[in-house]
Design a protein. Structure first.
Length: 344
Protein backbone atom coordinates (compact mmCIF):
# COMPACT_ATOMS: atom_id res chain seq x y z
CA UNK A 1 0.00 0.00 0.00
CA UNK A 2 2.81 2.39 0.89
CA UNK A 3 4.52 1.59 -2.43
CA UNK A 4 1.35 2.55 -4.32
CA UNK A 5 1.14 5.81 -2.38
CA UNK A 6 4.75 6.60 -3.24
CA UNK A 7 4.15 5.73 -6.91
CA UNK A 8 1.03 7.91 -7.09
CA UNK A 9 2.91 10.74 -5.40
CA UNK A 10 5.71 10.51 -7.93
CA UNK A 11 3.21 10.58 -10.81
CA UNK A 12 1.56 13.69 -9.33
CA UNK A 13 4.92 15.41 -8.92
CA UNK A 14 5.97 14.59 -12.49
CA UNK A 15 2.61 15.84 -13.79
CA UNK A 16 2.89 19.10 -11.86
CA UNK A 17 6.43 19.60 -13.11
CA UNK A 18 5.35 18.92 -16.69
CA UNK A 19 2.44 21.33 -16.50
CA UNK A 20 4.66 23.85 -14.75
CA UNK A 21 7.03 23.75 -17.68
CA UNK A 22 4.16 24.18 -20.12
CA UNK A 23 2.87 27.21 -18.27
CA UNK A 24 6.36 28.66 -18.05
CA UNK A 25 6.83 28.14 -21.80
CA UNK A 26 3.53 29.85 -22.54
CA UNK A 27 4.46 32.87 -20.44
CA UNK A 28 7.83 33.15 -22.17
CA UNK A 29 6.15 32.77 -25.55
CA UNK A 30 3.64 35.45 -24.62
CA UNK A 31 6.44 37.90 -23.80
CA UNK A 32 8.38 37.04 -26.96
CA UNK A 33 5.27 37.73 -29.04
CA UNK A 34 4.91 41.24 -27.69
CA UNK A 35 4.77 43.97 -30.28
CA UNK A 36 7.92 46.09 -30.05
CA UNK A 37 7.81 48.98 -32.49
CA UNK A 38 8.11 52.67 -33.29
CA UNK A 39 5.72 55.16 -34.83
CA UNK A 40 7.56 56.64 -37.81
CA UNK A 41 7.51 60.35 -38.57
CA UNK A 42 6.47 60.70 -42.20
CA UNK A 43 9.30 62.52 -44.03
CA UNK A 44 8.87 65.31 -46.61
CA UNK A 45 10.78 63.37 -49.28
CA UNK A 46 11.77 59.80 -50.05
CA UNK A 47 14.43 58.42 -47.69
CA UNK A 48 17.15 55.74 -47.98
CA UNK A 49 16.45 52.30 -46.59
CA UNK A 50 19.38 52.77 -44.18
CA UNK A 51 17.14 55.11 -42.17
CA UNK A 52 14.70 52.28 -41.67
CA UNK A 53 17.47 49.79 -40.96
CA UNK A 54 18.47 51.97 -38.00
CA UNK A 55 15.02 51.34 -36.52
CA UNK A 56 15.44 47.58 -36.91
CA UNK A 57 18.88 47.78 -35.30
CA UNK A 58 17.24 48.76 -32.00
CA UNK A 59 15.57 45.35 -31.88
CA UNK A 60 12.23 46.72 -33.06
CA UNK A 61 10.28 44.21 -35.14
CA UNK A 62 7.39 46.53 -36.00
CA UNK A 63 6.83 50.03 -37.34
CA UNK A 64 3.69 52.14 -37.39
CA UNK A 65 3.33 54.09 -40.63
CA UNK A 66 1.28 57.28 -40.27
CA UNK A 67 -0.58 58.98 -43.13
CA UNK A 68 -2.28 62.30 -42.44
CA UNK A 69 -5.54 63.93 -43.48
CA UNK A 70 -6.62 67.50 -42.68
CA UNK A 71 -10.08 68.42 -41.45
CA UNK A 72 -11.80 71.82 -41.74
CA UNK A 73 -13.46 72.29 -38.34
CA UNK A 74 -16.08 74.65 -39.80
CA UNK A 75 -17.19 72.71 -42.90
CA UNK A 76 -16.26 69.17 -41.70
CA UNK A 77 -14.49 68.50 -45.00
CA UNK A 78 -11.45 66.22 -45.04
CA UNK A 79 -8.49 66.59 -47.39
CA UNK A 80 -5.63 64.20 -48.12
CA UNK A 81 -3.25 63.23 -50.91
CA UNK A 82 -2.73 66.88 -51.84
CA UNK A 83 0.22 68.13 -53.97
CA UNK A 84 1.71 70.26 -51.18
CA UNK A 85 1.47 67.47 -48.60
CA UNK A 86 4.63 65.68 -47.45
CA UNK A 87 5.63 62.65 -49.53
CA UNK A 88 5.61 60.33 -46.52
CA UNK A 89 2.04 61.32 -45.54
CA UNK A 90 0.49 60.48 -48.92
CA UNK A 91 -0.36 57.12 -50.54
CA UNK A 92 2.79 57.13 -52.69
CA UNK A 93 5.12 57.53 -49.71
CA UNK A 94 3.06 55.29 -47.45
CA UNK A 95 3.25 52.41 -49.94
CA UNK A 96 6.99 52.84 -50.44
CA UNK A 97 7.64 52.98 -46.68
CA UNK A 98 5.61 49.81 -46.09
CA UNK A 99 7.43 47.97 -48.89
CA UNK A 100 10.82 48.98 -47.47
CA UNK A 101 9.84 47.83 -43.98
CA UNK A 102 8.61 44.52 -45.37
CA UNK A 103 11.86 44.06 -47.32
CA UNK A 104 13.71 44.26 -43.99
CA UNK A 105 11.45 41.62 -42.46
CA UNK A 106 9.53 44.08 -40.28
CA UNK A 107 5.80 44.01 -39.55
CA UNK A 108 3.58 47.04 -39.99
CA UNK A 109 0.67 48.85 -38.43
CA UNK A 110 -0.93 51.47 -40.70
CA UNK A 111 -2.29 54.23 -38.49
CA UNK A 112 -4.10 57.17 -40.19
CA UNK A 113 -4.13 60.47 -38.29
CA UNK A 114 -6.42 63.46 -38.58
CA UNK A 115 -5.10 67.02 -38.20
CA UNK A 116 -7.75 69.66 -37.51
CA UNK A 117 -7.31 73.14 -38.92
CA UNK A 118 -7.12 75.82 -36.25
CA UNK A 119 -6.81 73.44 -33.30
CA UNK A 120 -4.60 70.55 -34.36
CA UNK A 121 -5.71 67.75 -32.06
CA UNK A 122 -8.64 65.64 -33.26
CA UNK A 123 -9.63 64.92 -29.65
CA UNK A 124 -11.48 68.24 -29.40
CA UNK A 125 -13.16 68.01 -32.80
CA UNK A 126 -16.92 68.43 -32.44
CA UNK A 127 -19.76 69.63 -34.65
CA UNK A 128 -22.93 71.45 -33.60
CA UNK A 129 -25.26 69.78 -36.09
CA UNK A 130 -25.98 66.28 -37.37
CA UNK A 131 -25.61 67.53 -40.93
CA UNK A 132 -21.96 68.47 -40.28
CA UNK A 133 -21.33 65.19 -38.52
CA UNK A 134 -22.69 63.37 -41.59
CA UNK A 135 -20.34 65.30 -43.89
CA UNK A 136 -17.43 64.44 -41.63
CA UNK A 137 -18.38 60.76 -41.36
CA UNK A 138 -18.87 60.29 -45.09
CA UNK A 139 -15.51 61.84 -45.93
CA UNK A 140 -13.69 60.19 -43.03
CA UNK A 141 -14.99 56.79 -44.17
CA UNK A 142 -13.60 57.48 -47.68
CA UNK A 143 -10.23 58.39 -46.15
CA UNK A 144 -10.11 55.20 -44.07
CA UNK A 145 -11.32 53.13 -47.00
CA UNK A 146 -8.43 54.42 -49.13
CA UNK A 147 -5.81 53.32 -46.62
CA UNK A 148 -7.44 50.07 -45.52
CA UNK A 149 -7.33 48.94 -49.16
CA UNK A 150 -3.64 49.87 -49.32
CA UNK A 151 -3.09 47.94 -46.07
CA UNK A 152 -4.79 44.86 -47.50
CA UNK A 153 -2.93 45.01 -50.82
CA UNK A 154 0.44 45.10 -49.04
CA UNK A 155 -0.37 42.52 -46.34
CA UNK A 156 -0.13 45.02 -43.50
CA UNK A 157 -0.59 43.12 -40.23
CA UNK A 158 -2.58 45.74 -38.25
CA UNK A 159 -4.80 48.56 -39.45
CA UNK A 160 -5.88 51.34 -37.09
CA UNK A 161 -9.23 52.93 -38.02
CA UNK A 162 -8.71 56.18 -36.11
CA UNK A 163 -6.62 58.11 -33.60
CA UNK A 164 -7.97 59.98 -30.55
CA UNK A 165 -11.23 61.24 -32.11
CA UNK A 166 -12.81 61.12 -28.67
CA UNK A 167 -15.87 63.38 -29.17
CA UNK A 168 -16.98 61.16 -32.03
CA UNK A 169 -16.40 57.85 -30.22
CA UNK A 170 -18.33 59.18 -27.23
CA UNK A 171 -21.52 60.05 -29.12
CA UNK A 172 -21.43 58.46 -32.60
CA UNK A 173 -21.07 54.75 -31.86
CA UNK A 174 -23.20 53.61 -34.82
CA UNK A 175 -20.80 55.28 -37.23
CA UNK A 176 -17.81 53.41 -35.80
CA UNK A 177 -19.58 50.05 -35.87
CA UNK A 178 -20.45 50.62 -39.52
CA UNK A 179 -16.89 51.73 -40.31
CA UNK A 180 -15.44 48.59 -38.72
CA UNK A 181 -17.87 46.35 -40.59
CA UNK A 182 -17.09 48.03 -43.90
CA UNK A 183 -13.33 47.81 -43.28
CA UNK A 184 -13.52 44.08 -42.61
CA UNK A 185 -15.15 43.55 -46.01
CA UNK A 186 -11.90 44.30 -47.82
CA UNK A 187 -9.15 44.14 -45.16
CA UNK A 188 -8.20 40.72 -43.77
CA UNK A 189 -5.69 41.73 -41.07
CA UNK A 190 -6.11 42.77 -37.45
CA UNK A 191 -7.97 46.00 -36.69
CA UNK A 192 -7.70 48.40 -33.75
CA UNK A 193 -8.52 51.97 -32.79
CA UNK A 194 -6.05 54.32 -31.02
CA UNK A 195 -7.98 55.72 -28.07
CA UNK A 196 -6.56 58.55 -26.01
CA UNK A 197 -5.63 57.51 -22.45
CA UNK A 198 -8.76 59.30 -21.10
CA UNK A 199 -11.01 57.92 -23.86
CA UNK A 200 -10.47 54.17 -23.97
CA UNK A 201 -12.86 53.32 -21.13
CA UNK A 202 -15.78 55.05 -22.89
CA UNK A 203 -15.41 53.05 -26.13
CA UNK A 204 -18.39 50.79 -26.81
CA UNK A 205 -17.09 49.01 -29.91
CA UNK A 206 -14.04 47.18 -28.52
CA UNK A 207 -15.87 43.88 -29.05
CA UNK A 208 -15.73 44.49 -32.80
CA UNK A 209 -11.94 44.98 -32.87
CA UNK A 210 -8.93 42.72 -32.43
CA UNK A 211 -7.01 44.87 -29.93
CA UNK A 212 -7.91 47.55 -27.41
CA UNK A 213 -5.64 50.33 -28.63
CA UNK A 214 -4.49 53.03 -26.21
CA UNK A 215 -2.30 56.07 -26.72
CA UNK A 216 -0.83 55.63 -23.26
CA UNK A 217 0.14 59.12 -22.09
CA UNK A 218 -1.14 58.54 -18.57
CA UNK A 219 -0.17 61.32 -16.13
CA UNK A 220 1.95 59.63 -13.48
CA UNK A 221 3.78 62.24 -11.39
CA UNK A 222 3.90 65.99 -10.80
CA UNK A 223 7.53 65.74 -9.69
CA UNK A 224 10.35 67.34 -11.67
CA UNK A 225 12.34 64.09 -11.68
CA UNK A 226 10.40 61.19 -10.15
CA UNK A 227 12.26 58.02 -9.25
CA UNK A 228 11.64 54.73 -10.97
CA UNK A 229 10.02 53.30 -7.83
CA UNK A 230 7.65 56.27 -7.60
CA UNK A 231 6.56 55.76 -11.21
CA UNK A 232 6.12 52.01 -10.74
CA UNK A 233 3.82 52.74 -7.79
CA UNK A 234 1.72 55.21 -9.77
CA UNK A 235 1.37 52.76 -12.66
CA UNK A 236 -0.72 50.52 -10.41
CA UNK A 237 -4.00 52.43 -10.87
CA UNK A 238 -4.00 52.72 -14.69
CA UNK A 239 -2.84 49.09 -14.87
CA UNK A 240 -5.79 47.99 -12.75
CA UNK A 241 -8.20 49.94 -14.94
CA UNK A 242 -6.71 48.56 -18.15
CA UNK A 243 -6.89 45.00 -16.86
CA UNK A 244 -10.57 45.51 -16.07
CA UNK A 245 -11.26 46.64 -19.64
CA UNK A 246 -9.17 43.79 -21.03
CA UNK A 247 -11.11 41.28 -18.94
CA UNK A 248 -14.47 42.85 -19.80
CA UNK A 249 -13.94 42.54 -23.56
CA UNK A 250 -11.52 39.59 -23.49
CA UNK A 251 -9.05 41.55 -25.64
CA UNK A 252 -5.34 42.33 -25.37
CA UNK A 253 -4.27 45.92 -24.68
CA UNK A 254 -2.02 47.39 -27.39
CA UNK A 255 -0.24 50.69 -26.78
CA UNK A 256 -0.77 52.28 -30.19
CA UNK A 257 1.40 55.12 -28.89
CA UNK A 258 3.54 55.52 -25.78
CA UNK A 259 6.57 57.55 -24.85
CA UNK A 260 8.04 60.45 -22.92
CA UNK A 261 9.71 63.73 -23.78
CA UNK A 262 13.30 64.24 -22.63
CA UNK A 263 12.53 67.14 -20.28
CA UNK A 264 11.82 67.92 -16.63
CA UNK A 265 8.30 67.00 -15.44
CA UNK A 266 7.90 64.63 -18.38
CA UNK A 267 5.41 62.30 -16.65
CA UNK A 268 3.03 65.05 -15.54
CA UNK A 269 1.08 65.15 -18.82
CA UNK A 270 2.45 66.90 -21.89
CA UNK A 271 -0.70 69.02 -22.36
CA UNK A 272 0.03 70.75 -19.03
CA UNK A 273 3.57 71.80 -19.94
CA UNK A 274 5.30 74.54 -21.86
CA UNK A 275 8.21 72.62 -23.29
CA UNK A 276 10.16 75.73 -24.29
CA UNK A 277 10.54 76.77 -20.63
CA UNK A 278 11.76 73.36 -19.39
CA UNK A 279 15.26 71.95 -19.28
CA UNK A 280 16.48 68.95 -21.27
CA UNK A 281 16.46 65.86 -19.05
CA UNK A 282 17.59 62.64 -20.73
CA UNK A 283 17.63 60.72 -17.44
CA UNK A 284 13.93 61.44 -16.88
CA UNK A 285 13.08 59.90 -20.24
CA UNK A 286 15.14 56.78 -19.56
CA UNK A 287 13.65 56.24 -16.11
CA UNK A 288 10.11 56.64 -17.42
CA UNK A 289 10.65 53.90 -20.03
CA UNK A 290 12.28 51.60 -17.47
CA UNK A 291 9.36 52.08 -15.06
CA UNK A 292 6.84 51.33 -17.80
CA UNK A 293 8.53 48.09 -18.81
CA UNK A 294 9.12 46.93 -15.24
CA UNK A 295 5.46 47.63 -14.44
CA UNK A 296 3.84 46.04 -17.49
CA UNK A 297 6.14 43.17 -18.39
CA UNK A 298 4.64 40.86 -15.78
CA UNK A 299 1.11 41.26 -17.15
CA UNK A 300 -0.56 38.86 -19.57
CA UNK A 301 -3.03 41.39 -21.00
CA UNK A 302 -0.45 43.85 -22.40
CA UNK A 303 0.47 43.16 -26.04
CA UNK A 304 3.28 45.74 -26.21
CA UNK A 305 3.14 48.73 -28.51
CA UNK A 306 4.65 51.49 -30.59
CA UNK A 307 6.95 54.19 -29.18
CA UNK A 308 6.21 57.76 -30.23
CA UNK A 309 8.29 58.42 -32.28
CA UNK A 310 11.21 57.88 -34.72
CA UNK A 311 12.45 60.46 -37.24
CA UNK A 312 13.72 58.97 -40.49
CA UNK A 313 15.49 62.14 -41.62
CA UNK A 314 16.46 63.91 -38.42
CA UNK A 315 18.86 63.22 -35.56
CA UNK A 316 17.28 62.95 -32.11
CA UNK A 317 19.68 65.61 -30.84
CA UNK A 318 18.62 68.12 -33.47
CA UNK A 319 17.48 71.49 -32.11
CA UNK A 320 13.85 70.57 -32.80
CA UNK A 321 14.04 67.06 -31.33
CA UNK A 322 16.40 67.29 -28.36
CA UNK A 323 13.46 67.76 -25.97
CA UNK A 324 10.96 65.79 -28.04
CA UNK A 325 9.54 62.29 -27.71
CA UNK A 326 12.08 60.54 -29.90
CA UNK A 327 14.66 58.52 -27.92
CA UNK A 328 17.12 58.60 -30.84
CA UNK A 329 20.72 59.11 -29.63
CA UNK A 330 19.47 59.60 -26.06
CA UNK A 331 19.93 57.61 -22.84
CA UNK A 332 16.45 56.10 -23.14
CA UNK A 333 17.42 54.21 -26.29
CA UNK A 334 19.67 51.87 -24.27
CA UNK A 335 16.73 50.93 -22.03
CA UNK A 336 14.51 50.39 -25.07
CA UNK A 337 17.10 48.26 -26.86
CA UNK A 338 17.53 46.11 -23.75
CA UNK A 339 13.77 45.57 -23.68
CA UNK A 340 13.38 44.89 -27.40
CA UNK A 341 16.37 42.54 -27.51
CA UNK A 342 15.40 40.82 -24.22
CA UNK A 343 18.67 41.74 -22.53
CA UNK A 344 18.09 41.36 -18.80
Amino acid sequence: MNKWKILVGLIVLVTIAAFGNIIFFDEEQENSNRINGFNLVAPPQAFPIDSLQSVKNTGAEWVSVVPYAFCNAQTAEIFYDRPRQWWGEKPEGIKETILMAKSLGMKVMLKPHLWVGGQGWAGDLEFKSDSLWHVFEQQYAQYINTYSKIADSLDVEIFCIGTEIRKSTETRNDFWNHLISNTRQHYKGKITYAANWDEYNQIKFWNELDYIGIDAYFPLSDEKSPTKDELINTWELPMKEMKNISDKFNKQILFTEYGYESIDYNTMGHWKLSKDTLNVNFENQKIAFEALYESLNSTKWWQGGFIWKWHLNRNGLNKRTVKAYTPQNKLALKAIEAEFKHIF
